[in-house]
Design a protein around this ligand. Sequence first.
Ligand code: PLP
Length: 401
Amino acid sequence: MFDDFQFEKLNRLPNYIFAVINEIKMEERRAGKDVIDFSMGNPDGDTPQHIIDKLVETAQKKGNFRYSASKGIFKLRLAIADWYKRKYGVDIDPNGEAVATMGSKEGYVHLVEAITNVGDMAIVPEPTYPIHTYAFTLAGGAVRKMEIKFDSEFKLDEDTFISDLKTAIAESVPKPKYLILNFPHNPTTVTVTEDFYKRVVELAKKERFYIISDIAYADLTFDGYKTPSILAVDGAKDVAVESFTLSKSYNMAGWRVGFVVGNRKLVGALEKIKSWLDYGMFTPIQVAATVALNGDGSCVEDIRKNYEDRRDFLIKSFASAGWDVGKPRATMFIWARIPEKVRHLGSLEFSKRLLLEAEVAVSPGIGFGDYGDEYVRIALIENRHRIKQASKNIKKFLNSF
Ligand SMILES: Cc1ncc(COP(=O)(O)O)c(C=O)c1O
């Protein structure tokens, strides 16, 4: 019935490429196969015990079961501000410059929903975490893509980025109002310097656009690299907001806690739309998140080290299987160029065959946009033993070509 009723907004979303891999993965598992799963950025570790303890303690207290504050309880917003001060020397006013969100994805989507007029243009570097693009599509905006170029150490080619950005701004009609940044980057792992942010902030002021910076992987850095914050640039708050999440740094992906800080106008827009849409996270989750952010960081260091160890082990093991992958300086991913002899398959076909023939699941690069098709993304969410098994299977698979 009512076949003429079209959900036009949903029609604008493409079929989810990762669903293809997921579907095969489920079929393989139902058939009793032991799939080694590197496909999702879904941390396999447990939340540190002191954070769980705080959740339980707070959930036991009477009076904590009412609707909470949609923008986050004051204590949590204060912890967010303190975290920024400690980590980046940035002053954040917990009243008006910080909003707690139900994971950073919720915050991002609703921020974009709140600030996008129909036809507004955003620049999104590609490949990309898909929602960075499709939040604008859903909100009625338009997106101009811009290829991310990087060197063999996955450092952004900053000069090229700035010059491509200038070209994109000059060529876009209407003029872009928003630029999305995400460094360390999902899926490419690409990192930037603080100087890069200085240049982008300067350009944003000159050309009049806002910057939304997503630093979900800020804590997962290796070999001495430290993630800079755009907000540490003088005057950045005039044009930028930044989001962070507890999902990765604290193994809290299922808890759904993140935040957005910075520019008052944008933070205010998010605060307003959220006040219409939700009643805030369950208070005990917010209290436990406060404890997480106020902690001494030792649990974050353990989580970071585990990814570093897996990164090094995987690179070595895969190399012995005939697949040389580059070494990222950050994130929980390897952005792996498909071995030359099978590159012609394209990332989707390669991923399908790897799954069916080697029982190894990865994310095809094409799922992150057109520029990703020579790559797959490997999430470091399997332990050493499983990585070793995967490399044995991959060796056999590659030798079959
Ligand atoms: C770049 C980036 N931003 C945001 C998120 C969303 O994280 P969450 O909604 O769990 O905070 C992810 C998750 O994978 C991500 O990769």
